[in-house]
Design a binder for this molecule. Structure first.
Ligand SMILES: [Zn+2]
Length: 470
């Protein structure tokens, strides 16, 4: 029995902290979803694979998890793109929601409990804005309802910015010249054109601003406080700062979220991914050349909140590492020895198991956990070469890899079972065995070459021949 003491790096404190959810063994986690106006790229894949894996890990160590994710199915970007393409915003959003969910399925991201589309929670959104009005945080301008950040005492506690510092917001700033503070953000945008999707509200016909959908959705499912909020680093400011300002102002309860987890940036050949640089890589393009397991391993071999750089040469390493695991599992599958396992291997395996979980418990450190696995492989191989591994021990180690892969999804188990060897090949192997026993190396080498030509690799070990289908 392993005792798990979890620690997580929290953006809010800038430190690793002991993880203790509001309700001991139950975790409520919300992760910002995509705005469905285009295909998802491998930067998205990073965030969603990290949280998928993290949630699966939480479940494996005994938590019950409600994983909530929103889908922004209406905003400025969607409207702009739908005008470009001359389609309805709704049909554009529906099409790209489908694409997104398809990508996630292919990637094996299947731990999300509930996907919540923003436009399904308009009632809750209006309700929150009304409360902000009543409490004096919201004000009305010609183009919409705004949030006055100078009214919120704790503004900037997540991003470390001041109200003045809010001026260098780069992403999705809501612009009106008449705002009280430049960092004020829009809660409700009045309808500009007849054709724009809009809803009636006590403040006028319009649609929600971007930040308010998240707090409306999380309050609906989790209430005013919950355990973990995740997303990409780029969302810390102003998006997540705005969420805190909204919900803590409404409820008067602090903090909205106990642990803020932000995934690090992913760059390509040292550069930020962008359409203008031509290095924009969609998930489906990436998967034309690589498997889902390779993408998941590429992402998880980096610490979740560290930046990492993608390049073709990294993929060579990724493939080699995964082949190493698969080859090892094939070897384990092949072990027929009945006699008992060397005591030292037993000890080594027990220690590896503990070390592995200790690394994950410490800030979900997947690269260090993988290092434990590769050490275990290296050391066990030494015992296998000396024929000191019993069938039952081999099975135990194999099962351990099966269990931990429920967290990662990096192993293609189809490749870990040895294929059936045809009768004609078996005959050659048996023939070779005879020559080996007669120490007729010339003949046995001849047959080895013949087998290789037919696609079977022969290795001579103390325990006899090992034949692999290559
Ligand atoms: Zn969000």
């Amino acid at each position: 029995m392993i005792n798990h003491n979890l620690k997580i790096y929290n953006t809010l404190s800038g430190k690793k902290e002991k993880f203790s959810p509001i309700k001991k063994k139950k975790v409520n986690i919300f992760v910002c979803g995509v705005t469905v106006f285009d295909f998802s790229h491998i930067g998205h894949a990073r965030t969603y694979i990290v949280f998928d894996s993290f949630v699966k890990y939480l479940k494996q160590v005994g938590f019950s998890v409600f994983y909530l994710q929103n889908i922004t199915d209406l905003d400025d970007k969607i409207i702009a793109r739908s005008q470009e393409k001359e389609v309805e915003p709704k049909s554009l959003a529906t099409a790209f929601t489908k694409e997104y969910l398809k990508d996630m399925k292919v990637l094996g991201v299947d731990s999300v409990t509930k996907y919540a589309k923003a436009t399904s929670y308009i009632k809750e959104i209006i309700n929150q804005i009304e409360k902000l009005f009543k409490k004096g945080y919201a004000y009305k301008l010609e183009d919409g309802i705004y949030y006055d950040i100078s009214k919120f005492k704790n503004y900037g506690k997540l991003s470390g910015r001041t109200i003045l510092g809010a001026e260098d917001a780069v992403s999705r700033i809501d612009y009106s010249r008449n705002k009280r503070n430049r960092g004020d953000f829009c809660l409700w945008k009045f309808r500009q054109e007849e054709t724009e999707p809009s809803w009636s509200s006590p403040f006028g016909k319009g649609r929600p601003g971007w930040h308010i959908e998240d707090t409306a959705i999380t309050e609906k499912f989790f209430g005013p406080q919950y355990d973990i909020h995740g997303g990409g680093r780029d969302l810390i400011f102003p998006h997540h700062e705005a969420e805190i300002s909204q919900m803590e102002a409404i409820s008067g309860k602090r903090p909205l979220v106990r642990y803020w987890m932000h995934t690090g940036f992913l760059t390509i050949d040292g550069q930020k991914m962008s359409k203008s640089l031509g290095n924009f890589m969609t998930i489906s393009d990436f998967l034309k050349r690589n498997s889902r397991q390779q993408l998941r391993f590429l992402i998880l071999k980096n610490l979740w909140h560290s930046p990492f750089d993608y390049s073709e040469s990294v993929m060579i390493e990724v493939r080699a590492s995964l082949e190493k695991i698969e080859e090892f599992l094939r070897k384990l599958n092949d072990i027929k020895t009945i006699k008992s396992t060397d005591k030292n291997l037993k000890k080594l395996f027990e220690k590896s198991e503990k070390d592995f979980y200790r690394e994950l418990d410490d800030d979900f450190n997947t690269p260090r956990a993988f290092a434990v696995l590769f050490d275990l492989i290296k050391e066990t191989n030494k015992f296998i070469d000396k024929d000191l591994v019993s069938k039952s021990q081999a099975k135990e180690i194999y099962n351990f890899f099966e269990k931990i892969d429920k967290i990662f999804g990096i192993i293609d188990f189809k490749k870990t079972k040895n294929k059936k060897i045809p009768v004609a090949i078996k005959k050659l192997i048996d023939e070779r065995e005879k020559y080996r026993q007669q120490q007729n190396w010339l003949k046995s080498d001849e047959i080895r070459l013949e087998l290789e030509k037919k696609g079977y690799l022969v290795e001579d070990t103390k325990a006899g021949q090992i034949v692999k289908n290559i």
